[in-house]
Structure formats: structure tokens, C-alpha cells
Design a protein around this ligand. Sequence first.
Ligand SMILES: Nc1ncnc2c1ncn2[C@@H]1O[C@H](COP(=O)(O)OP(=O)(O)OP(=O)(O)O)[C@@H](O)[C@H]1O
Length: 264
Amino acid sequence: MNIEIEFKDIKKIYGEKVVMEHFSLQVRKGEFVTIIGSSGCGKTTALKMVNGLIRPDAGDILIHGENIRDKDQTRLRRGIGYAIQGSVLFPHMTVEQNISYVPSLLNGRDRARTKAAVSKWMKIVGLDEELKERYPAELSGGQQQRVGIARALAASPEILLMDEPFGAVDEITRGQLQEELLRIYRETGITVLFVTHDIGEALKLGTKVLVLDQGEIQQYAPPAELLSRPATPFVEQLVERERRTCHLPEERLGDCEFSGAAGR
Ligand SMILES: Nc1ncnc2c1ncn2[C@@H]1O[C@H](COP(=O)(O)OP(=O)(O)OP(=O)(O)O)[C@@H](O)[C@H]1O
């Protein structure tokens, strides 16, 4: 099994509050993990531990089997794409400058390579080339979100962390961004950790869904399994409505036993 990210017996305390304890998880290479749970259950904390923005109080995070504690933190972060809700673009930089920020650090003087990366990613996320010279304030919310995703992907990271990246856009744009993200995921084979509040989104995008409650793993399983065999009452409640309306794309349904599950 090719493990890309591993949380090993993690403990995290804020002040007196234990947010996570004995938290262990393995994420295989190429997996798209959606993370969902009650507010304040530790989703963002878990995500930010992967790129070293938050340090655990105990336990280790391994990437490709290497402890991130031993890595140069700047280099670690440059190798991991990170996209969060709302606009976190540099306001004084154009779209092009925003997207090329990390690639230009990595490519050094090879400007042609950076320019090519910017054009490629603008196209992939569905941004018109003519927006290159605009500043973030001159873009719609959906366009800003696309620039954020292009920026997160432009350095061709092997890991992409996304924290409710589509939370602030309208329903239609959200659907488009989800489709584009799935396409990028399929084309690149990147490993994705994606935090969401929306169980529909978690089931639609994830190859695996991680359900957390108060820092504890309730279930870590493919969407079809969550629907057919919820592991705890918490998961059962979370998926109940989805089970009735099941929005899963057909290829994800697999051997989903709805009639059996309904008998619970
Ligand atoms: N820097 C901090 N100092 C103190 N407490 C914190 C800090 N960061 C997070 N917490 C607390 O730790 C818990 C977990 O926070 P985290 O942001 O990981 O939750 P979350 O699941 O992402 O929440 P939400 O869904 O509301 O965004 C919460 O109770 C939060 O208030």
C-alpha cells in the first residue's frame, strides 16, 4: 500500500482543551479524502498539520514515510498546494502574479516555464487569459476562487489541501468548480484532503470520506460504504437525508445496499 500521508497517534491541545488524542490515519497516494464533522471538531487543525502550519503536541505526521518535523518547513509548504475559503489572494498582485508566486520561486530565472504554468492552470480552472492583468478586487467571487485553486496547483504539488474552498460561492459556480476539481484530480493523480461542511459535497467528491466528531474518527470509508453501512449513530444521522435522495454519481454507488441499510 502506497501511503502518502500518515497521522501517527496525534495529540493536540489548545490551552486546556484537548482537540485531538490518539488520532491516527493513513491516506493512500492518489486518494481524494473529504473531511466532514461537527463545527470545531478539528478538521482545519488536522489539515494544517499536514503542511506544518499547526504542530501536534504529541505524535508524528509522515509524508512519504518521512517525518515532517525533520523537513525544511518552507520547502514543505511550497510542495503542498493549499486553498482555503474566500479570497486569500495577494490584493496588490495581478492574477498572473498571484498564480506564479510559488512557481517563480521554484523555477528561478526560467520565466518562460513559469509563464507556461500560469497559462496552463488558468485554462484548466476555466479562467480567461484576458483576466491575467486584473487585480483580485476586479474579479467575481467565483473567479477569485478559481485563481486560488490555480495558485494552489501551479507548483504541481503532489498533495492538495483544501479548506472549504467553495464555501463562499453561489450554487452554480460551486457545481462548476467541483466538476473542474474532479477533472484535475483525475488528470493529475494528486492526493487531496478537502474539508467541507456539506455531506453532499463530501460524498460527491471523495473517494474516501473521513467523518470526525470531537477529534475522533467516526468513520473513514468510501462514500458508498458510509451510505450503506454507517459506522456510528453520528454518521447515520449525517447521511440519513442523502441516503433517501442519494446524489452519488453512478460509478460511486458500487455495491451500495440501500435496501439493506434502510432496514437498520
Ligand atoms: N489557535 C487556537 N487557540 C485556541 N483554540 C483553538 C485554536 N484553533 C482552534 N481552536 C479550537 O480547537 C477546536 C478545533 O478547531 P478547528 O478549527 O480545527 O475545527 P473545525 O472542525 O475546522 O471547525 P469549523 O468546522 O467550525 O471550521 C475548536 O474548538 C476551536 O475553537
